[in-house]
Design a binder for this molecule. Structure first.
Ligand code: ADE
Length: 262
């Protein structure tokens, strides 16, 4: 996969992508990451990237020309047979669709992503209307720019690319992969400061462990993100468990996690 990021602050991306799994993915050519300074595509002496909004209002607006020209220079480097098919041009903005694991999965199927980091009070509307193919928000809060959102999206997408996580880790079991939260994990020591690892995990009984984990997934999701359960297909036993956990008035949300499983 190729990812091009358009930003006013390319230096912000230097450290995050030079470590661990990400660096390994770059070294192994599983992903190619290019940073583009939007300012390099200005033509005036002051290298102006923003201007006042027409008819007033607070703040400055990013001008369309440098953004269009940067994207066009990227496009001229590549010759997609079907450009709209596998190239997605994404504006990071609080007005975009809310990012999720499902969207990360969807983006990971593209060959090429262009991420545009917005700044200041906004971006000239013609960028939205005539250049980008998608708009993404990473949450209902406002950041100073699209750089951190671009890092979040890039990280979430790249780790899903085949070969990136290697055989030691699987993205299938983790939180949100199947629409629910992940079960609790433990490692050595068996007892830490008097807190033991649940007995079942030491039993070696794989069927029992699988059942325990599935039940923990449901308890945990019910406790922390009940909205996710509504969107998931549960089997009849799982539905019964949810009913049992939600019907008893004495059970507080905190107790849901701790109650022993019958
Ligand atoms: N730019 C500023 N805030 C943002 C957000 N929440 N998501 C994406 N881009 C942004």
């Amino acid at each position: 996969m190729r990812i091009d990021i358009l930003t006013l602050f390319p230096q912000m991306f230097e450290a995050p992508f030079r470590v661990g799994i990400f660096q390994r993915a770059i070294d192994r050519n599983l992903v190619r990451l290019n940073l583009h300074n939007i300012r390099d595509h200005t033509h005036d002496k002051h290298r102006t990237v923003d201007d006042y909004p027409y008819s007033g209002g607070p703040g400055m607006v990013l001008k369309p020309e440098p953004i269009f020209e940067t994207v066009e220079s990227i496009k001229s480097e590549i010759h997609h047979e079907d450009e709209t098919g596998d190239l997605s041009i994404i504006l990071l903005t609080p007005q975009g669709r809310l990012f999720s694991q499902q969207i990360a999965r969807e983006l990971s199927r593209h060959d090429h992503l262009i991420l545009i980091c917005g700044h200041y009070e906004g971006v000239d509307e013609r960028v939205r209307e005539h250049l980008v193919t998608d708009e993404i928000s990473i949450g209902d809060y406002v950041l100073t720019g699209g750089e951190f959102p671009a890092m979040v999206v890039t990280d979430a997408v790249v780790r899903l690319l085949p070969g990136v996580l290697g055989s030691e880790a699987s993205p299938l079991d983790e939180s949100h992969a199947n629409g629910l939260l992940e079960y609790p994990q433990y490692t050595r020591p068996k007892v830490f400061r008097g807190w033991p690892v649940p007995e079942v995990l030491l039993s070696g009984n794989h069927a029992q462990i699988a059942r325990w984990r599935r039940e923990q997934v449901i308890r945990r999701t019910l406790q922390r993100r009940p909205d996710l359960l509504d969107k998931t297909n549960l089997d009849p036993t799982e539905k019964q468990l949810v009913e049992r956990l939600t019907s008893s008035p004495k059970k507080t949300r905190l107790n849901l996690d701790k109650e022993s499983i019958k």
